[in-house]
Write a protein that binds this ligand. Structure first.
Ligand code: SAH
Length: 463
C-alpha cells in the first residue's frame, strides 16, 4: 500500500488506542474511529513496509457494535476514543486488554490469568461520570476566546463547553467565564507566544454534596475585574469557592505550584462511602466517584483486614484509600509526593476522627526504603508490614520501591493500577520474588476512553 491509496477492509481487531485494525493481503491498517466488525473504505495516510495508517472515509457495513455517539465531537476530540463502540463491547475490550498485558508483558500463564481474573466492573450509565474537568482556553479565528478540549494528539482546541462525560454545570460556568473575558477583553493564553492570561479552568464537583469549585489557571498574577466574575459564579447553585493558580511556565503542566482563594473555600468536600474528603485544586482525586467506591471496596475486600494490621498506602493522594483502610486496620501509613495532597490527607483523617493514620510527603521510592533502613538499624519490628497497597501513576512503581516491598514481606500486596502494561511489568517482578497472583479485577473508571483501572491481590507464597 502507498500513501493516498484507498481500500475496502473488514475491521477485525482493536488497537491499544481504540483504533480499528484490518488487513488487506497481509498488510495491516490501523484506522481511527473504525469499530471492530465494520466494513469500511479507508484512505492510506501513512504507509510503512508492513503496516500503515488509514483515514476512515466511509462505513460501508456498520458493525453490530457500532453506536451513534452522544457527542458530536466524539471523533475529533482527544478525550473519548471509543464513543462509537457499544458500551458492552468497550468492556470486553478492556477485559481483554488487561488479560493480554498480563500474559504478554507479565509472562503469566493464560490458565492462571483465566483463573484469577474476574469480570470488569462497568457502569449502569457510562456518561456524565466525571467530577473534574480541566478546560483549556484558546482563541478562534475571529479573535474570540474559546474553550473546550484538545483534538486528539494536538493542542488545537475544539470549542465545546458541553462535554458528555462531565456534569451539566460545567457548561454554565464556562459560558460565564467566556462572556466575562469577552466583555473585558481578557485574552486566552497563547502557547506559541507565551502571551495572554487565561490558561485553563479547573472545575470540581462533589457528586454527593453537590459542591462546585472553580480554579482558574492564569499566566500572570491576577484577573482584572475578578469581583464581577466571582459574583456571577456565585449564582451557580452549589458554588463553594473560586480560586486562581498562577502558572507562568512555558511547559505542558496545567496547574501552577500553588493556588490562592479569591472567594469562598479553596476546596470541595465529598464522600466516598462513609468517609468525608476535602479536595483542594492541586490534589489528585479519582475522577469517577461511582466507580471509585467500587474500586476501593475491592481494595478493602482484598486487604481482608482483621483489626490489628500495619498497612502502607503508597501514592496515597489525599488519603482516600488510606482512610478507607484505616477503618479496619491497626495503623495505616500513607506516602504521597504532592505536599498539598498530604495536607488534605491529614485534614481528612481529622475530619473523620481517624487517629490511626500517619502521612509522609515524598517519593514512595525514597520514603519507604529510608523508613525500612532506619527501622532495621534500630532492630525494630516495624520493618514488617501486613498489607501494602500501591496506586501509582501510569508509569508504575519504581524498582527500588518494589525491592523494599519484598524486603518488608507483607502477607498481601494490593496493586491499584491505571495502566495494565506497567502493572504487568511490576507484577512480574513481585512474582519472581516470592508473591503469587490471587485476584485481578478490572474496573471501568473511564467509559468511552481506552483507559482501564485494575485492582490486584497478591499474596506471599508460604515457604
Ligand atoms: N491513591 C490515591 C491517588 C492515586 S493517583 C487515590 O486513589 O486517590 C497517584 C498519586 O501518586 C498522585 O496523587 C500523585 O501525586 C502521586 N505520585 C506520583 N509519583 C509519586 C511518587 N514517586 N511517590 C509518591 N507519590 C507519587
Amino acid at each position: 500500500m502507498q500513501k493516498n491509496d484507498t481500500a475496502v477492509i473488514e475491521i477485525t481487531d482493536i488497537g491499544v488506542g481504540g483504533e480499528g485494525i484490518g488487513k488487506l493481503d497481509g498488510y495491516t491498517l490501523f484506522v481511527k474511529d473504525a469499530v471492530i466488525g465494520d466494513r469500511v473504505e479507508v484512505k492510506v495516510i501513512k504507509a510503512k513496509k508492513n503496516y500503515g495508517y488509514g483515514r476512515l472515509m466511509r462505513v460501508i457495513d456498520p458493525s453490530p457494535h457500532r453506536v451513534e455517539p452522544r457527542c458530536r465531537f466524539a471523533r475529533q476530540c482527544g478525550g473519548c476514543q471509543i464513543q462509537e463502540m457499544s458500551y458492552e463491547r468497550q468492556l470486553e475490550f478492556k477485559q481483554k486488554k488487561v488479560y493480554d498485558d498480563l500474559v504478554r508483558i507479565g509472562d503469566f500463564a493464560p490458565e492462571l490469568i483465566g483463573r484469577v481474573m474476574e469480570p470488569v466492573v462497568g457502569m449502569d450509565d457510562p456518561f456524565g461520570y466525571r467530577n473534574k474537568a480541566q478546560f483549556p482556553f484558546g482563541t478562534d479565528r475571529e479573535g474570540n476566546p474559546v474553550t473546550g478540549f484538545y483534538a486528539g494528539r494536538t493542542h488545537d482546541i475544539i470549542a465545546n463547553t458541553d462535554c458528555a462525560l462531565g456534569v451539566p454545570e460545567n457548561r454554565e460556568i464556562l459560558e460565564i467565564i467566556l462572556a466575562f473575558m469577552k466583555k473585558y477583553q481578557i485574552p486566552s493564553y497563547n502557547e506559541k507566544t507565551g502571551d495572554g492570561l487565561i490558561r485553563h479552568a479547573l472545575i470540581r464537583y462533589g457528586f454527593v454534596t453537590k459542591e462546585i469549585m472553580v480554579c482558574l489557571i492564569i499566566n500572570g498574577s491576577g484577573i482584572p475585574h475578578a469581583d464581577e466574575l466571582i459574583r456571577q459564579l456565585q449564582a451557580i447553585p452549589g458554588m463553594t469557592g473560586v480560586s486562581v493558580s498562577e502558572n507562568t511556565r512555558r511547559d505542558n503542566v496545567i496547574m501552577g505550584e500553588t493556588y490562592h482563594v479569591l472567594w469562598g473555600k479553596g476546596y470541595i468536600t465529598d464522600y466516598i462511602g462513609k468517609i468525608r474528603y476535602q479536595i483542594s485544586p492541586l490534589s489528585f482525586y479519582q475522577v469517577n466517584p461511582v466507580q471509585t467506591e467500587k474500586l476501593y471496596s475491592f481494595a478493602l475486600e482484598y486487604a481482608d483486614l482483621k483489626g490489628g494490621e500495619t498497612v502502607w498506602d503508597l501514592y496515597c493522594g489525599i488519603g482516600t484509600i488510606s482512610l478507607f483502610l484505616a477503618q479496619k486496620a491497626g495503623k495505616v501509613y500513607g506516602v504521597e509526593i504532592v505536599p498539598q495532597a498530604i495536607e488534605d490527607a491529614r485534614r481528612n483523617a481529622e475530619l473523620n476522627g481517624i487517629k490511626n493514620a500517619e502521612f509522609f510527603v515524598g517519593k514512595a521510592e525514597e520514603v519507604l526504603p529510608a523508613f525500612y533502613e532506619q527501622k532495621r538499624a534500630e532492630g525494630s519490628a516495624e520493618t514488617h508490614a501486613d498489607v501494602i497497597v500501591v496506586d501509582p501513576p501510569r508509569k508504575g512503581c519504581d524498582g527500588k520501591l518494589l525491592d523494599t516491598i519484598v524486603k518488608m514481606a507483607p502477607e498481601k500486596v494490593v496493586y491499584v493500577s491505571c495502566d495494565p502494561a506497567t502493572l504487568a511489568r511490576d507484577l512480574k517482578i513481585l512474582c519472581a520474588n516470592g508473591y503469587e497472583l490471587v485476584k485481578v479485577r478490572p474496573v471501568d473508571q473511564f467509559p468511552m476512553s481506552v483507559h482501564v483501572e485494575t485492582v490486584v491481590l497478591m499474596s506471599k507464597v508460604k515457604e
